[in-house]
Design a protein around this ligand. Structure first.
Ligand code: PSU
Ligand code: MN
Length: 310
């Protein structure tokens, strides 16, 4: 698919053209989700995991106002180090393009660009959701509305309990977004395999996920996309931080945030950084492990989808 505002790397364009699997990756996790140098190391490693699983990685960002799909080493480094790179949500995208600026794309924005590029599967760490206290603040991530309208499957480790997981699942139900536990009947909570909430749907293996996605997109009304799906893949058992251990760190981070008066788009980056500090880096190790695990599953789902379409 070509688009006047979009530059796909030759490797990505070639793979899409030949019907080979491609997996999109976001850049907010690089610029605002992890400290340097683990951010750029993880970005490279995750691309490698996708290659080893037989797919082509396509890390997405906005650079000089262009939608970039598939980044080079120097571009990853820039996103990892340049403090001027803003986190851009879907509302920010037109302005960044018009000004010719740079932006690190959130899950929502990455989904939008992936869809424009013709990519259907996307791996990340955790998605945004309904924040605690949203009844007052109305802070609901645009990731959820984008999932309702853009035909991309997002493989994540569920949502962190810095969010209100129950309200997030309710909101996704309202928006008609399939939420599929990957081999588990409990919806995972990012650092922990358990959340206390049941996964609305369960799939065993990438082929089952791909068949569900194919059916979802075949059921789209004329002129509509069929929307996205959330594949909730729990952190590997050996890397998890059990709920009882991570909960105090999350509560501490939330109360520190309130004391500092942080809100809006700064909420998620602040909480992620603070939890790394409070856990002495353990949450970062867990975060890296779960992203790699999601990348592997996303590559398998992308491969199964291509097989169905062949
Ligand atoms: N969750 C993580 N790491 C992240 C994010 C979420 O574990 O880096 C980022 C993603 O880019 C996600 C964004 O789309 O935070 C959500 O931000 P907000 O809550 O402002 O929508
Ligand atoms: Mn928000």
């Amino acid at each position: 698919m070509s688009h006047p505002l979009l530059d796909s790397a030759p490797e990505v364009r070639q793979a899409l053209h030949e019907g080979r699997p491609v997996v999109a990756l976001e850049s907010t996790i690089i610029s605002h989700g992890m400290p340097y140098p683990q951010n750029v190391q993880t970005a490279r490693e995750v691309e490698q995991v996708i290659r080893e699983a037989g797919a082509v990685p396509a890390t997405i960002a906005v650079l000089h106002g262009r939608l970039k799909v598939g980044l080079g080493a120097d571009e990853l480094e820039l996103l990892a180090t340049d403090k001027a790179v803003q986190k851009i949500s879907v509302r920010d995208l037109p302005f960044t393009v018009a000004r010719g600026g740079h932006g690190a794309t959130t899950v929502a924005t990455t989904m939008r660009i992936a869809a424009l590029a013709g990519i259907r599967v996307f791996a990340t760490g955790g998605t945004g959701g309904v924040h605690r206290g949203a009844g007052q603040t109305f802070d609901i991530s645009a990731d959820l509305t984008e999932l309702s309208r853009t035909p991309v499957a997002v493989v994540s480790a569920g949502v962190k309990s810095i969010l209100d997981i129950g309200l997030t699942l309710e909101y996704l139900e309202t928006q008609g977004v399939p939420v599929i536990g990957y081999g588990v009947s409990e919806f995972p909570a990012f650092y922990s395999r358990e959340s206390g909430f049941t996964a609305p749907l369960v799939a065993h293996g990438a082929a089952e996920v791909a068949r569900a996605l194919q059916a979802q997109w075949a059921l789209a009304l004329p002129g509509q996309s069929g929307g996205g799906a959330l594949i909730a893949n729990p952190i590997p058992p050996e890397a998890e931080i059990p709920r009882a251990e991570i909960s105090p760190a999350i509560e501490q981070a939330l109360s520190d945030m309130a004391a500092q008066g942080i809100s809006g788009k700064d909420t998620t980056p602040y909480l992620l950084g603070r939890i790394v500090q409070i856990t002495g880096g353990r949450s970062l190790t867990a975060n890296i492990a779960l992203v790699r695990n999601n990348a592997r599953v996303a590559a398998q789902v992308a491969a199964e989808l291509q097989r169905l379409q062949a």
